[in-house]
Write a protein that binds this ligand. Structure first.
Ligand code: HEC
Ligand code: HEC
Ligand code: HEC
Length: 383
């Protein structure tokens, strides 16, 4: 088949675009047939329902010819909902399901009332979009029509990922470690023995001399500033974000050397300092457990309550911060724990704290305390 080969190539190209550009699956979508409602449910920028629900009608729609839109199982399959609920009930599910189940995990698409820190003031969907979605849901009548290409699409996923991962055989993490080592030897060994600093890696975040909670990257930044002679060039005099390249390189080097040490968080011995530390931990726990954003979900509801469930291609883990800095395919680069936490704020469509915001440190302290005793995996590759 002569035409088959290039076609497959195009599909693979699309697939890689889907995975790497996270959010632009519509790039590869072909022309219509799916209803407006179905498209809203599949599109990441509008309903994005398929990140949590299986929607067989979308799998089978001719618009989704590449069959590559991965569907989640965070919530139940929407197959047959048109038989289980009437139109008004379906509308209530979409507009604000809290009136049906006060503890629902289904985001409210038609209101911003009683939401904490939603990213925008508009509702997730307009009235018109909700009408289109509800109209389509009423047509989901049949009992399950078996998702016949589930297997093959998953095989494709695994193969494609394997391919991407092996493209990382020029694994970028190695380069970051090498560069971090070079900077360490040049700029840090005048004051520090490596062995001692590596042993300190599993103890962060902790209070600095001014009783401010800092993480490893903050400490590295503080040391980079310490001494003009050893200062490594940085982007701005005032601001050392955790993801500043030299800081991240040094963190990658130190986290690699600390691989297999156990996370070991402890309050300071000074009782007054211990009170400050505990307040930070309590804040972190509160932040972890509070619902927020348009999705109205807490960190806990995903990372305790839904471990193993899928949101599109991503399987939810316990969210233990053991594999950082992480190289994420969707970032096309390396990122700190701070960046990952900010990404989860953005994932629930909450206002994202600015880099260095104390809430990010308090959350990191809580996450590390919750992961106490777990081994550090060192810098890792993630989707
Ligand atoms: C963050 C994940 C998430 C997203 C995104 C999401 N849902 Fe849900 N949805 C759930 C969960 C979880 C439930 C299960 C019921 C509950 O928690 O109260 C649910 C329940 C439902 C139900 C009731 C199903 C039943 O069988 O009782 C419908 C209908 C529904 N969702 C439609 C949608 C539509 C349409 C969209 C997109 C506009 C959407 N959902 C987006 C998580 C989600
Ligand atoms: C001029 C001396 C000096 C240099 C150079 C220096 N540091 Fe430090 N470092 C310190 C001091 C002093 C501390 C104790 C905490 C503080 O005052 O910030 C420290 C603490 C640390 C800690 C925490 C150790 C612990 O036990 O908690 C780390 C990690 C660290 N430095 C990393 C680095 C890195 C990476 C570099 C190279 C960019 C570096 N330091 C360069 C003086 C230095
Ligand atoms: C809607 C579900 C959801 C919510 C809510 C959520 N996350 Fe996540 N989080 C994910 C997904 C999906 C991933 C990627 C897969 C994984 O590692 O679990 C992730 C990854 C992480 C990771 C990286 C784990 C690793 O090993 O790479 C951390 C840390 C994390 N989240 C922390 C948080 C924090 C802190 C909050 C609250 C501010 C939060 N998450 C809220 C879904 C969520």
């Amino acid at each position: 088949m002569q035409a088959g080969y290039p076609l497959r190539l195009i599909k693979l190209g699309c697939w890689i675009a889907v995975v790497s550009l996270l959010g632009f699956s519509s790039l590869c979508a072909q022309s219509v047939e799916a209803t407006e409602g179905l498209r809203i449910m599949a599109d990441r920028n509008t309903g994005n329902c398929v990140s949590c629900h299986e929607i067989p009608a979308w799998k089978e729609s001719s618009q989704n010819t590449n069959r590559l839109t991965l569907q989640g199982n965070f919530g139940p399959s929407l197959q047959g909902v048109g038989s289980r609920y009437n139109k008004e009930q379906l509308r209530q599910w979409i507009v604000d399901a809290r009136l049906i189940h006060p503890n629902t995990l289904m985001p409210p698409y038609g209101t911003t009332e009683r939401l904490h820190l939603p990213a925008r003031s508009q509702n997730l969907l307009t009235q018109k979009q909700i009408d289109a979605v509800v109209d389509t849901l009423t047509t989901f009548k049949q009992a399950s029509v078996s998702t016949k290409d589930e297997k093959s699409s998953e095989a494709l996923t695994a193969a494609g990922l394997a391919q991407l991962q092996s493209a990382n055989a020029m694994n970028p993490i190695g380069l970051w470690i090498d560069e971090g080592k070079r900077k360490w030897e040049k700029n840090c060994t005048s004051c520090h023995a490596l062995e001692k600093i590596v042993k300190a890696v599993p103890n962060f975040p902790k209070l600095d001399a001014s009783q401010k909670l800092i993480n490893l990257e903050d400490q590295i930044s503080a040391c980079r500033k310490r001494d003009a002679a050893t200062t490594i060039a940085f982007a701005s005099d005032q601001f050392f974000p955790n993801d500043d390249t030299p800081t991240l390189e040094l963190s990658t080097f130190l986290n690699d050397a600390a691989r297999q040490l156990s996370i070991n968080i402890a309050p300071p011995t000074n009782p007054l300092h211990a009170i400050i530390w505990k307040q930070n931990l309590a804040e972190g726990e509160k932040l972890f457990k509070n619902r927020q954003g348009h999705m109205n979900l807490s960190c806990q509801q995903c990372h305790d309550g839904k471990v193993g469930a899928s949101m599109r291609a991503q399987k939810i883990t316990a969210g233990h911060p053991t594999g950082f800095p992480a190289y994420r395919i969707s970032w096309q680069g390396l990122g700190s724990i701070e960046r990952r936490i900010r990404a989860c704020y953005s994932g629930v469509q909450a206002q994202v704290p600015a880099p260095q915001d104390m809430r990010l440190r308090q959350l990191e302290l809580y996450l590390k305390t919750r992961a106490q005793g777990l081994q550090l995996d060192g810098p890792s590759i993630r989707q």
